[in-house]
Design a protein around this ligand. Sequence first.
Ligand code: CAA
Length: 334
Amino acid sequence: MPSSPTSKAELFPMIHPLPMQIMEQWTKSMEAAFKSMMQMAEFAAEVIDGATIKHINDLTANLISGTRMFNPALAMRSAPARSAVKKTTRRVAVVTGGCGGIGTEICRKLARNGCQVVSTYIAPEADFAKQWQKDRKAEGLDIDVVECNVTDFVSCEHMAREIEKKYGGADILVNCAGITKDNTLRKMDEAHWHAVLDTNLDSVFNVTKQFIDGMSSRHFGRVINISSVNGQKGQFGQTNYSAAKAGMIGFTRSLARELADQGITVNTVSPGYVNTKMAMAVPEDVRNGIIAKIPVGRFAEPSEIAHAVAFLASDESGYITGSDLSINGGLFMM
Ligand code: CAA
């Protein structure tokens, strides 16, 4: 059996010594270059940190918005990218009325899911909001609070600018701020009509308008409007509230169509009666009458609404848009 070759002379008997020397030098240079590359890779692996990840994220966002600018149809439709580049790798979620009964659970849920959550509050409730923020901190949740009067367009612009400065924009918007001023139409005064329409419906225009250009530039967005079973079915004593909540559903369906090709989904969640201060303000006898009509036999817990919001806010829910998710224990079935 022939023995296997061991020396270069045996391996390459026909090669002249000069090319052999050149080959050896070339091999050494290649080895040195390869070693340097390996050292660089090891070094990069050691130093890669949050800042580097953020830089990669920013470059990716720029690339995405750059690509969109080359699509003339989309570039024309999306306004100049006011906030194309995010300043954090986390999803930023803005929750209006986030310090309220349902809002608090939405904030908790989104924060636990890894979002940077920002709740808005109105100026007269500044002390309450700061305490609320401390309480969340004690639970291990770092939630930001920003002042905003959702009935005032300019106030909403300021709030959005602050969020843009801090985080580079918002990916998720939950329009949750809302009030009731219940009365039969005969007894309802003009102020109560306007207060409910301004806070529950105009607010959705005022706030949503601030964020959709940024979402469009980054080709990702989730807008979730908190409507109500009483917007779906009507309720004795709630012409103002039901009109506003039904209006939200129409707004949602129209905006969903406008933004569907830009990676943005727009949906409503329509809770039934939820264990919050708002529902507890309903006189007890009326409340008992309502419970008697709920097939599940009880009011919802705020966390049950937050669960649905988090579902619609997730990256995986990109194909759900223009929908209205009922969470009412069977009180109203469409
Ligand atoms: N259907 C038909 N008739 C009704 C009625 C009903 N649901 N409720 C009351 N009436 C009648 C009363 O029997 C009374 O009749 P008479 O004059 O013949 O006695 C008349 O209407 C006037 O009723 P009230 O005495 O109750 O009138 P009021 O002015 O004291 O109260 C009200 C009216 C403030 C609207 C009160 O009925 C009420 O609070 N209702 C609850 C409204 C409600 O469900 N709000 C939901 C709040 S929670 C929320 O909105 C969150 C969400 O998204 C679900």
